[in-house]
Design a protein around this ligand. Structure first.
Ligand code: AAO
Length: 481
């Protein structure tokens, strides 16, 4: 069985540093990903160089690179027409250039791979790069024999997630469902993933993995080199027969329970300590195979989680995500929208465009504008925190009114306030007494600690002044002289 191996970024040298060097015992490169949803390849390359590498992000999850059906909606990306890497997000050359430039900046690329299905179109058509297709005919690639015809529902679409055979052999929202049990299909899909790897990607997201038997996905990814990270998208339906745990034999999974636990705590201001990471969390895959997030492109359009539309609460959610010791966190960065289907802004040629984000800025994105979450000072500061606390365990927290905070043993303290009253939160800590810079406020730039950004640790207690909707984080590398 192949094992997911975590790529180590070479960004340490570029990392924003604190005021004084942290003891290096526990210091580790933070294994933090960022999903740049519907970002075009040349713009991702630029973000790697200007923002992501310097902040210490380890990898970027892209949107799918395959040729897709033509349309304005973002989700055309999820209806592949061929395995040519020509899409609204860029050409094959631009994809390869992005991978190389990001790698140079210490950032890996995890490519979203759509292998469960092809298009959901009933009428024949021509894809973005000129390939012709019909629902189950893709000349030179697939013919109808390569697809499932489940015969279990009136239109062969999935109706009932409680029936395994439907979920894995019927069509997900009318998307032509490949017969991934077939050796020929497996081999062709494997060749597509190998092509991505040949361009230097460090990992792949397996879209709609739930809709393929785990043994099929295992067979498709088996030929990949061991150091290619495989992350399966298996949305946890607590009562469904197909569970994310089935997909752990060959890689990691996105753990949807994480955000579902976090969101109600932020909304209510009533926080509870999770079980220690080493003991595992209920309804979560083990920490070392869990990829966790506040939101993604589906949940920000669907589930009742905390999203970019929640203002301060969304910042607090990201602070807690990055302060935690559970799983591999992925920050989500897309664009604001007022229509679920609305695609990202495009130029006159129909290609998606994106202006660069400015490190440290936190714009109020209007519909169609990039949220730039990955460039926010608060996020950069928390990557700095994460680097400094390393593998120090999360200790039981303290709550006061709607504020909550905890220590990463001996190395850092974090606090958030989800209420509308200021709170002085006292968090017990074994950090050395002294004055520390708040890296949330300073974006990790300890040396330029702004006025009011200093936090006192004395008598084994960190005193955090938490404004309504505010967050504070300090770590041993950001101690003021
Ligand atoms: C579009 C149109 C369709 C049209 C189709 C074909 O919207 O009307 O029929 O084209 O022409 C994306 C878009 C779709 C789009 C599609 C293709 O979201 O709107 O369809 O591209 O262009 C299931 C899958 C999961 C999937 C998710 C959307 O299991 O894999 O649906 N996510 C991925 C991508 C996604 C993409 C595709 C797959 C397809 O991330 O962007 O679709 O490539 C339950 C189940 C889940 C199920 C959800 C939604 O979840 O457990 O497995 O996800 O329902 O049906 C609670 C429950 C939880 C439940 C959840 C629902 O939390 O605990 O069980 O609520 O949010």
């Amino acid at each position: 069985m192949r094992r997911a191996v975590v790529a180590v970024a070479a960004a340490a040298a570029l990392a924003l540093s604190g005021c004084s060097a942290a003891p290096d015992a526990a210091e580790a490169e933070p294994d933090v990903g960022v999903q740049l949803f519907q970002w075009p390849w040349p713009a991702i390359a630029e973000e790697c160089e200007n923002t992501l590498g310097p902040a210490g992000f380890d990898w970027v999850l892209t949107s799918p690179a395959q040729e897709h059906v033509v349309g304005e909606q973002w989700w055309v990306s999820y209806q592949p027409v061929s395995y040519r890497l020509e899409s609204r997000l860029g050409t094959r050359e631009e994809f390869a250039d992005m991978v190389a430039r990001c790698r140079e900046a210490g950032v890996g690329i995890v490519a979203d791979a759509v292998v469960n299905h092809m298009t959901g179109q009933d009428e024949p058509g021509t894809g973005w790069a000129g390939s012709t297709y019909a629902h189950t005919e893709y000349p030179g690639i697939w013919s109808s024999a390569d697809f499932h015809a489940c015969g279990l529902t009136p239109d062969d679409d999935i109706r009932d997630y409680d029936v395994r055979a439907q979920v894995q052999t019927c069509e997900l929202v009318n998307l032509a469902d490949l017969d991934t049990a077939s050796p020929r299909v497996r081999e062709r899909l494997g060749a597509f993933l190998a092509d991505l790897v040949s361009l230097g990607v460090s990992g792949v997201r397996i879209d709609a993995a739930k809709h393929m038997a785990a043994e099929d996905v295992a067979a498709i990814v088996a030929p990949l080199p061991d150091d290619v990270r495989v992350i399966s998208e298996v949305i946890r339906g607590p009562l469904e027969p197909i569970q994310p745990e089935e997909y752990l034999g060959f890689g990691d999974v996105f753990e949807f329970s994480y955000a579902r636990d976090l969101a109600p705590q932020l909304r209510s201001g009533i926080f509870a300590d999770p079980a220690p990471a080493a003991e595992g969390r209920a309804m979560h895959v083990p920490a070392d195979q869990a990829v966790v997030f506040v939101d993604n492109h589906d949940t920000e359009r669907g589930e009742a989680g905390v999203t970019g539309r929640d203002g301060d609460l969304y910042v607090l959610a990201n602070v807690l995500l990055l302060a935690d010791d559970f799983g591999t966190p992925v920050v989500y960065s897309g664009y604001a929208f007022d229509d679920r289907d609305a695609g990202a802004p495009t130029g006159a040629d129909g290609r998606v465009v994106a202006d660069p984000c400015t490190p440290g800025e936190h714009p109020d994105a209007a519909a169609g504008e990039r949220t730039c979450t990955h460039a926010w000072a608060e996020v950069a500061g928390m990557l700095d925190f994460r680097r400094a606390v390393g593998d120090a365990p999360r200790l039981p927290g303290v709550a006061d009114a709607a504020a909550y905070g905890f220590e990463r043993e001996g190395r850092g303290v974090v606090g958030v306030n989800a209420g509308d009253e200021s709170v002085e939160l006292e968090v017990p800590t074994s950090m050395p007494a002294g004055e520390y810079c708040d890296v949330v406020l300073s974006g990790g730039r300890g040396a330029d600690c702004p006025d009011g950004g200093a936090v006192i640790v004395a008598d084994g207690v960190a005193r955090l002044s938490l404004a309504p909707g505010g967050a504070v984080a300090i770590h041993v590398g950001a101690r003021l002289p």
